[in-house]
Design a binder for this molecule. Structure first.
Ligand code: AMP
Ligand code: ZN
Length: 715
């Protein structure tokens, strides 16, 4: 067998074993053998790049290359579904369809999977593109991430149309979700609130290797295209399954509404045993011809409807409202309830959002509250049973002073939120800033999770970021460790400042997922879980020592100056070179730096006009941190691209996008996000979006590739 044949053989076999495993659950070989075959294939592919194939099973493994997502227009818009909660509305829907069509309809009842929707394009049996829903008109191209999902076929078999689209849901199974959260908890990272957030966050990760490790699932529920196999949606999906797709298996073709209701009652209970999350039933008119006749409203198809399961609800007594303070000082109210069973977990706390939400509920202590979970893991209070109100119950009034430091709260103008202005004396704010400092994209100091920071802070070892570098081994080893953040007071830190964090850490709850596993509050006395071992202490000290090599632009970002994000920090450092220049920079000087506006300039001036901050910087400098841009970065600065505006698009092979951006800036050029008449060059890699290409040619803007660009700056 020659190399090419061997590669083809391995690809064929790996595709087959993958199918056996994921579609039929009947593996023929061990995981180990599978991995060995995969490794052989990968090695050969690296050695013989001429046999590169985008559909190779090796694409499942993902890559470390960072890519920003390109937005691509959907061929057919991705709409949502109209929701109903009652059977009457389902009957109305069916009646309306029948009346409009003036004929009988068959109905397809299916599970409504609660993940994130995806659109897959197949051309000549190959997966060529995967788009998220985005705004419905255009979505993010997440193809390389989707290729890592094993239940998404890369190559089809059978008699498939030349070009078509499959729509479906990307899900993170409960088991994976629990595993992931357990892992994150161990690493003191914020938890995901629910599998839906975890799935959509994962799909948007920049690093497809991490995506591959997360074991997402895909379940497909709709086929779209010019030449579909037949007129029945139900049948089309069956056929799609034979081509290799994982289609929803719990689907029923119904002739009557009663059959649909049977399906609903069955799954309302049975769904709790499914490996993935569902939040309702989707009922679709089965005939594609009839679907086309019924058409769409601006928002949703007229031929389908979602019946949502009632969110599980419980009633419990409100004992107390407590308040949490986050790193920027924002105060969030939390309801403390009598423990109550709700969808399999015991609920003790529920979010109350802000003062307005409390007032809208007209909440009193002792009230019997309705608690719901809905699709969220974080429970919320949706109402009060006023019949049970204790007339002596005290009305809940939002606090006027910080629950931690007692400073009078201030309201953010035009917003519902209050914050504590005592930036330097309020413990959760201080701890929050230290957490920001060590955070991955800032100083990236391992071993200093929120619990460790809390332990050091509560024991007086650190009071600001600069103290970290003066810790001794003896101090660390004699510092008691706290059992877990949730046990300490003020522990439920609200993650408000997520813009700088990785996408996946976002969830729409604003609670950073900390509610996901509510823990009983324990007394302070048994709050301690031993001491830091010598090994832990060594690791922490080593990580702190390594931080002394972190380049100045990241140190500057890590200081946590308000409004100074990663990119701005870099621009300021590029332009002013060292901390002395930045500290003495005037307002005008700062405003002269690209992208620095009033807000940022003022914030920097304010920061350095505070002696406490100067002291911190001096102490950090004394500890040996970088406060000057590396000499080679200045030396490599040129003006070769002065006055030129670049747009970067696509995927590159010689350097990453970020590296190209840096090169453009280092050579005096400017990066801009979108193509306009002012654009001088488009630096294009592979897979540049067709819309961008068209625009470029319309405006007559030269499109250059990596080689052209490198020549330009190396001349
Ligand atoms: P909603 O987001 O509540 O408007 O519901 C619409 C979404 O439900 C779609 O965008 C899909 O992502 C999702 N969905 C889940 N299961 C199905 C299904 N079987 N058929 C159609 N859509 C589904
Ligand atoms: Zn405070």
């Amino acid at each position: 067998m020659n190399v090419k044949e061997r590669i083809e053989y391995l690809r064929r076999e790996l595709h087959r074993h993958n199918d056996l495993y994921y579609k039929n659950s009947t593996p023929e070989i061990s995981d180990y053998d599978y991995d060995m075959m995969m490794r052989e294939l990968q090695d050969l592919e690296i050695q013989y790049p001429e046999f590169y194939d985008i559909s190779s099973p090796s694409m499942r493994v993902g890559s470390d290359i960072n890519k920003a997502f390109i937005q691509v227009a959907h061929k057919y818009p991705m709409l949502s579904l109209s929701n109903t909660y009652t059977k009457e509305e389902v009957i109305d829907f069916v009646t309306k369809c029948r009346n409009t069509l003036n004929e009988e309809v068959y109905l397809c009842a299916e599970l409504k999977y609660d993940g994130t929707s995806i659109s897959l394009t197949y051309e000549n049996g190959k997966l060529t593109r995967a788009l998220t829903r985005g705004d419905g008109e255009k979505g993010d191209d997440v193809t390389s991430n989707v290729r890592t999902i094993k239940s998404v076929p890369l190559l089809l078999k059978g008699d498939y149309p030349k070009e078509f689209e499959m729509r479906g849901e990307i899900l993170l199974p409960w088991r994976e979700f629990d595993r992931l959260n357990a892992e994150r908890e161990a690493q003191e990272e914020p938890l995901f609130a629910n599998p839906r957030n975890a799935a959509s966050g994962t799909l948007k990760l920049q690093n497809s290797k991490i995506v591959a490790s997360r074991k997402l699932e895909a379940i497909l529920y709709y086929m779209l295209g010019g030449k579909l196999p037949g007129d029945s949606h139900f049948e089309n999906l069956r056929v799609a399954s034979s081509w290799g797709f994982h289609v929803g298996e719990h689907t029923r073709l119904c002739k009557t509404v009663d059959e649909v209701f049977d399906f609903i009652s069955y799954w309302d209970e049975e769904r709790k045993n499914l490996p993935v999350a569902t939040d309702g039933i989707v009922i679709k008119v089965d005939s594609i011809r009839q679907q086309q006749e019924l058409g769409f409203t601006a928002k949703s198809p007229r031929w389908a409807i979602a019946y949502k399961f009632q969110a599980e609800r419980a009633e419990s007594i409100l004992r107390e409202v407590t308040y949490q303070v986050g790193r920027t000082g924002i105060v969030t109210p939390v309801a403390n309830l009598d423990p109550v069973q709700l969808s399999g977990t015991i609920v003790r706390r529920a979010s109350l959002y802000n003062e307005d939400a409390i007032n809208a509920l007209d909440l009193h202590i002792g009230d019997s509250c309705y608690v719901e979970k809905g699709g969220e893991i974080i429970p919320k209070i949706v109402g009060v049973n006023k019949y049970k109100r204790d007339p002596n119950g005290e009305k809940v009034i939002f606090i006027k002073n910080c629950p931690v430091c007692n400073t009078p709260l201030e309201r953010i103008e035009g917003e519902a939120a209050y914050f504590c202005p005592n930036k330097y004396g309020c413990a959760p704010q201080i701890k929050g800033r230290i957490e920001h400092f060590v955070f991955r994209r800032a100083m990236n100091i391992d071993g200093l999770g929120p619990e460790t920071i809390d332990a050091f802070f509560s024991n007086g070892l650190i009071n600001d970021i600069s103290d970290l570098f003066y810790l001794t081994k003896k101090q660390i080893m004699s510092c008691p460790r706290l059992k877990s953040a949730a046990d300490a007071d003020q522990s439920l830190n609200v993650v408000e400042d997520i813009e700088t964090k990785e996408m996946v850490e976002q969830d729409d709850s604003g609670f950073g997922g900390l509610f996901a596993t509510p823990k009983p509050k324990k007394g302070k006395e048994n709050n301690v879980k031993g001491y830091f071992t010598e090994k832990l202490a060594d690791n922490i000290l080593k990580a702190l020592d390594d931080a002394k090599d972190v380049p100045f632009e990241r140190v500057f970002f890590a200081l946590g100056i308000r409004f100074v994000g990663e990119t701005i920090a870099k621009k300021i450092v590029m332009s002013l070179h060292n901390i002395n220049n930045i500290m003495k920079a005037s307002y005008d000087e700062l405003m002269g730096i690209e992208d620095v506006g009033t807000r940022i300039a003022q914030s920097i001036i304010e920061y350095f006009s505070d002696e406490r901050n100067i002291a911190i910087v001096e102490k950090l400098r004394g500890a040996g941190l970088q406060f000057e841009i590396a000499a080679d970065k200045i030396a490599s600065r040129t003006e070769k691209l002065k006055g030129l505006n670049f747009v970067i698009s696509g995927v590159f092979s010689l350097h990453t996008r970020d590296e190209y951006k840096d090169m453009i800036e280092l050579n005096g050029g400017k990066n801009t996000g979108s193509i306009s008449a002012k654009t001088n060059y488009i630096l294009a890699g592979d897979n540049m979006g067709p819309a961008k290409l068209e625009k470029a040619s319309k405006l007559n803007i030269p499109v250059i590739n990596e080689d052209d660009f490198l020549k330009m700056i190396n001349e």
